[in-house]
Design a protein around this ligand. Sequence first.
Ligand SMILES: [Zn+2]
Length: 284
Amino acid sequence: MLKAIQIVGSSSGFASCRFRKPQPNSAFSLISRKPILTTSETLLLPASQLHSHKSCFRDFRMSSTHSKSSSSSSVAVQSTILQGNIRKINFCQFCGGPNKHEIPDGEEKVRAICTRCGKITYENPKMVVGCLIEHDKKILMCRRKIHPSYGLWTLPAGYMEIGESAAEGAIRETWEEANAEVEVQSLFAQLDIPLIGQTYMIFLAKLKNPHFSPGPESSECQLFELDDIPFDSLAFSSMLVSLNLYIEDIKVGRPKFHYGVINKRPGTSPSDIHAYTLDFHMQS
Ligand SMILES: [Zn+2]
């Protein structure tokens, strides 16, 4: 017996909006392609598996963690999870034709294959890029004015865009969320979150000047002493991990580079950002 559950998740549909950054003698603009939170994802699993996959379902909400709303219209994509993390995509992203879901020759996973043009729609993890900004032994953080995690604190971060490097993306997100111009110093952490298909790249950065203010997606921006970081109201596990690693590094010297995998602890609430394990942690 199959049972369908409707949840809201991230979309593979995009819309364009313009972002203009003022400069002394000129102005440039770039196209910011933002994911839209309009997709309805259908989860289709045998009822007997619903309980064991419960946390998985809920955690797919987290895949919209950094989605940003847009007033632009979009083509909603109806998708379904067949089993585990394999998502059913009903229509071809190239020609709009109906997809079938089979294992292509030479592959091991079920893929969405267009019955009209034959092309395969692949889904791959998304890269989230951000900055850990040090200034006068303080860290710049933003309070979110958008859902999810409305009202909670985060480092400036968001989805990397086509056409930019990870460092450029981190600088852009910092400008968008904190109106702060930063210079990236080094890569501080790469954190994979396999369950929701995200990889975070957090860069150490410095303010080019001491000016910052809340961007449209932030209600507040503030420099925090390390002892005053609002650990009781952080938005995401990735930020909790990054800040903890940073503070541990500072206590014994300088920031290192960290790689790790954030895995949600089974049976814990998806909204509990403290309920994770940091696996495969490597540092240099
Ligand atoms: Zn097609």
